[in-house]
Design a protein around this ligand. Sequence first.
Ligand code: NAD
Length: 378
Amino acid sequence: MSLLVIPKETHPGENRVPMTPATVKKMVRSGAEVEIETGAGAGSGYSDAEYTEAGASIASDRTAMLGKADVVVRLHKPALEEIPRIKEGAIHISYLDPFNERELVEAMQARNISAISMEMIPRTTRSQKMDALSSQANLAGYVMVLMAANKLNSILPMMMTPAGTLKPARVFIIGAGVAGLQAIATAKRLGAKVTAFDTRPVVAEQVESLGGKFLQIDLGETGQTKDGYAKALTEDQLQKQKEGQAREIAESDIVITTAQVFGRKPPVLVTRDMVEGMRPGSVVVDMAAETGGNVEGSVASEEVEINGVTVIGVGNWPNKVCRDASDMYSNNLFNLIADFWDEEGKSLVLDFEDDILQGCVITHQGEVVNETIRNHYA
Ligand code: NAD
């Protein structure tokens, strides 16, 4: 029987919990023994009592808990200094940022840990239910619109009243992946006039089906990878994009940037001049502020003002709706574990013939087994 443990998240300000009592109940029903660190669910409104009722035991000694776990589940990547405390040979499931966290990955490799990186789960039809990048990005898209609306000095919908007619706010979304599409849908529901741009031309139809307008900028060949991710633009294409969207930005009340290129730093798409060219009182939200930023002048984890324009870079957007975010992440984790759960041995068994595990297991039995990451480190 496997012991699955849930340590309390230590990332500053984090309120999400990787596994909810409902999921714990399902794990216990599958035959797992579950231990959770005391207070781990409190930020999302889940008490220790609810976890006990679901069948978990409550642990107060984090080190002892990590030292005996067969499976560790968490949200954020573990701290480097915590790796030696994890039982050798354990399976560890969390975000890992493996492209940028070589030292951490190698520490897990040296400890014989099987590290699963949630961001590396392939975007296939079968893995949709395990896809935490999507579940959390979807909520981020919603949250960013609400934060921007809350900061804007005008309203989003058109209003015709005896006191005058108010025009709808103009919202421009850069990047129409999972977060961007939810931002478009949310801004539309609030009555804004929405325009969006993405380098993947296939997205135009999705933007339009949500009632948004797709900004046409001719960048030449852009395309996408076999997994549906954007390819990095050339310097020349980036310049064309900046020129093509400059006017839209200047005329927008809210600009939300969600552009990412898988495995790379996000591209800088909104220059300081463009921010300064917006009407005072407007709002820019930079989803990527914590990883380098799409917007020049945005500050990670902060809200700043540039020439009267509020630039929001607070990050960790799903944390603002931590209850739903925890529920979704927890379901993603359960769906991943359930697919590889051995009913008889009541344990998690990694099957390396499986394409999902080939994509997301980074280290196993003292090796970096993930081909993409191994090539990246070479
Ligand atoms: P992402 O977070 O990697 O990037 C966000 C968006 O930014 C993408 O749409 C990308 O094209 C765009 N972008 C990159 N550079 C840009 C630039 N210079 N200007 C404007 N936009 C730019 O993407 P994501 O939200 O994780 O989704 C990536 C793809 O994966 C999408 O096609 C999505 O539909 C697909 N997907 C598939 C599944 C599945 O089938 N299981 C699940 C989730 C997502």
